[in-house]
Design a protein around this ligand. Sequence first.
Ligand code: DSN
Length: 424
Amino acid sequence: MDDVLYIRKMAIENNDFFGSSLPMIASENVMSPIATEMFISDFEHRYAEGKPGERYYQGCMYIDEVERRAMEMGKKLFDCGYINVQVISGTMANLAVFSTFAKPGDVLTTLNTNVGAHISHQRIGAAGIRGLKVVHLPYDLETLNIDVKGSVKLIKEEKPKIVLLGQSLFLFSLPVKELSEAAREVGAEVVYDGAHVLGLIAGKKFQDPLKEGADLLTGSTHKTFPGPQGGIILGNLDEEKAKKTDSAVFPGLVSNHHLHRLAALAVTLAEEMEFGEAYADQIVRNAKAFAQKMNELGFKVLGENLGFTQSHQIAVDVKALGGGTEVAELLERCGIIANKNMLPYDDPKKPKNPSGLRIGVQELTRCGMREKELEYVAELFKEAIIDRRDPEEVKRDVRELRKDFRTVKYCFYESDAYTYRKIV
Ligand code: DSN
């Protein structure tokens, strides 16, 4: 029992910690209360391998309804003909697509990690696990974006099977149209990894990659899309490609597809249809206001001449202020949670002490903060990092601010996101 009590104590303290801090990791979010409820439903205990109505188990009539409804809502929300809601992570969504559309030895073009691409796109990640030859697209430090001319040339020379677009440090929309045209010429599939911006796409506040020429949109469902940790694959595929992609997920990579997650995803899809546009709009407003204020307060925010950001993220160069590692740790002592991040001019072979910080506003926005509060958060960043005010004092102000912003908004039943729900 001691171990159980200890683990529970850790969980309660973790709730308290995040509920009294400023969580600004760009890949995280909190679920709505009804989506959260799905995690303690009996779905959590069950298996449902196969498709709705064609399961390998009995007892699946209720999850069949949930899965059918999730698929219908997802296709409607993202305006597409194909969806897979069984894939249990964004990395697995990528691996399923890599396995469907390329074989070992084939070329995949993508960005490198220092310019923001995800590890699953790389030789050390899912792309390498599939045995793909990863060739990096050139990047333009002026526009903080893919170098279109160089990339078109590279795609024509390398003739990849997959042109993969999308990043984890994701500030601006990408040249999907231009690169899709080049990809068509060499018969490559265009895959857009929208893990970070999925909620902004759903809310129509970011480019719609499927409309601009991408064949597939992969993602995770717990960042700007504020659902359970999990994955999703969307697109417009013919029947044969759809079947192959589904088979890569099940029976390829996933046995059971975590039914409580699926039910929470279904709830989140329904809530996004109702509240997604308002939420995405406020996220982007908040990110821009926060970036502008940080810049005014003396921080070196990337993309000044580009409007800083079009997404939920901002990137700040803190090399002269101690470097990404030191500054992220200092912020943690102040109750502000963000992560160190490589910036596009950092050496991709040295990720341990990068120049930058990546900061996301999606969770604070979800809890009701608007431009005014984010501008105040920027002031707290200045006090912590530039003025080097006592971290305990900054933390007191953080706690004070947070008290009024713990309720999950943009959903049907608003309630505190961080209260630990004790069963006994
Ligand atoms: N590594 C995550 C991120 O923070 O962006 C995505 O998987």
